[in-house]
Design a protein around this ligand. Structure first.
Ligand code: ATP
Length: 468
């Protein structure tokens, strides 16, 4: 039987890293087996759900490359189906009308707590037939009274829950709307979900959902409850609790490959391997290798992975992501090098794509001032002669290649009997405005001849003004 998994977020905010990792595991399990991955938007909480959140979730999934084969389904468009199933359960005597008022249920709970018992609905309408005709009612599922529910969890192992612990759950409210556990059950059933992979914040729902599925005669899916990602304070990350959205990582300059690699490793391992391409993950991922313990987010490791991917992925590809940051930082690149070339020289020097753009402005924009410290240190009167010499050599060049530039700079240093440092640093500050840049020959090659010569003149002027 072909495997079908799903990711089922509630659109009550952006996609955060906790949800994203759960989505990733579900996606990987489907991709690994050639199965189907479904996206289902659980938007029945009308007060907290919004179209903006739906869009944010879709954007996050797309950016991470978690493509779905089916969906997005929206639960709010499936109310007729849920009502049919509730009616079916009622007709088959597997659910019943409960005429208790909220006050009555509260009083029941209070009395139980006062008697030192676990509060739970006492089933008072379960077998009654003396139904009033003029009172509102909810519909409750007739949970089995005895026996145990066994979850053979693919991550957590065997979990047993006694039915005596579970009360008769409300499956339809008095206004007829279905409740969370009912909609999930109906969808998992009707969508043919074979593997429910979700956060372990749902473990308590699972025995209830399994009982309803059994009552419907549905085949039970397998369950895999993924441990939570926790925040710095040890509490689970959630939209309601300060979690960082996936797109914030894009905004901060991370590549999706780095975040995917980071998230997968946060709760799963394959020996001591740290770096995984997506293709490798699809082959190697196995739910049974997932951790059982929760994990905390560690930004340093994510930064390390980001650097790895910036350096090792094809520059053309990295450039496609860099383009977003170029636009975001309003850098006009029309008069400078192609982004692919920029990636080749800068990727290994920075931590993020955002930083890459920040430190690359001089390739595209002229500047009117040199960085104060770098200029003080390197644009001193002694630097004037080497700068004049190197400017002359560079002016003669007809071939503005890295090799030719390398030779020209060396020749200038040699002609004055100077070491490279005496020529290189003033030249670097002259053409970039500061003391950090990739190799000089490559930097000059990308800045271009006109700008290089002009900037050297500007540095010479700075030196002469300073000398006065
Ligand atoms: N911190 C987390 N770590 C791992 N998985 C999580 C985390 N938070 C949510 N999930 C899982 O992500 C999926 C989508 O969850 P959901 O959209 O309800 O997010 P949420 O942050 O829990 O929302 P809310 O704040 O509304 O409770 C579920 O499978 C859920 O179990």
């Amino acid at each position: 039987m072909s495997i079908v998994t799903r990711f089922a977020p509630s659109p009550t905010g952006y996609l955060h890293v906790g949800g994203a990792r759960t989505a990733l595991y579900s996606w990987l399990h489907a991709r690994k087996t050639g199965g189907t991955f479904i996206l289902r938007i659980e938007d029945t909480d009308l007060e907290r759900s919004s179209q903006e959140s739906v869009d944010a979730i879709l954007e996050g999934m797309e950016w991470l490359g978690l493509d779905y084969d089916d969906g997005p389904y929206y639960q709010t468009k499936r109310f007729d189906l849920y009502k049919e199933v509730v009616a079916q359960l009622l007709a088959e005597g597997k659910a019943y009308k409960c005429f208790c008022t909220v006050e009555e249920v509260d009083a029941m709970r209070e009395a139980q707590m006062a008697a030192g018992e676990k509060p739970k609905y006492n089933g008072m309408w379960r077998d009654r037939t003396d139904h009033p005709t003029d009172k509102p009612y909810t519909i409750r599922f007739k949970n089995p009274l005895d026996g145990v529910v066994v979850i053979d969890d693919l991550i957590k192992g065997r979990i047993e829950i006694a039915n005596a612990e579970l009360d008769d759950l409300i499956i339809a409210r008095s206004d007829g709307t279905p409740t969370y556990n009912l909609t999930v059950v109906v969808d998992d059933w009707k969508m043919g979900i074979t593997h429910v992979i979700r956060g372990d914040d749902h473990v308590n729902n699972t025995p209830r959902q399994m009982n309803i599925l059994a009552a419907l005669g549905a085949e039970l899916p397998k369950y895999a409850h993924v441990p939570m990602i926790l925040g710095d304070d040890g509490k689970r990350l959630s939209k309601r609790h300060g979690a960082v959205g996936v797109m914030q990582y894009r905004d901060n300059g991370f590549l999706p490959e780095a975040l995917i690699n980071y998230l997968v490793r946060l709760g799963w391992s394959h020996g001591d391997q740290e770096i995984f391409s997506k293709e490798e993950l699809v082959q190697l991922f196995d739910l049974s290798d997932c951790n059982r313990a929760p994990s905390a987010f560690n930004t340093d490791k994510l930064v390390w992975l980001n650097q790895h991917y910036m350096k090792t992925l094809a520059p053309d590809y990295v450039a496609t992501h860099l383009a977003w940051h170029v636009a975001d930082q309003k850098l006009d690149i029309s008069t400078g090098p192609a982004l692919t070339e920029l990636v080749k020289v800068q990727a290994e020097r920075v931590k993020t794509l955002k930083e890459l753009v920040e430190v690359s402005r001089y390739f595209y924009e002229d500047f009117s001032e040199f960085e104060e410290n770098a200029a003080k240190k390197h644009l001193r009167p002694v630097a004037a002669e080497p700068l004049v010499a190197v400017q002359a050599k560079l002016a003669e060049l007809t071939d503005w290649s890295v090799e030719a530039l390398h030779k020209a700079i060396n020749d200038a240093a040699e002609s004055l009997g100077l070491g490279m440092g005496k020529v290189g640093m003033p030249l670097r500050v002259a053409v970039t405005g500061g003391g950090n840049s990739p190799a000089l020959d490559a930097t000059l090659a990308l800045i271009g001849k006109d700008r290089v010569l002009k900037r050297i003149s500007m540095a010479l002027e700075y030196i002469s003004n300073r000398a006065e």
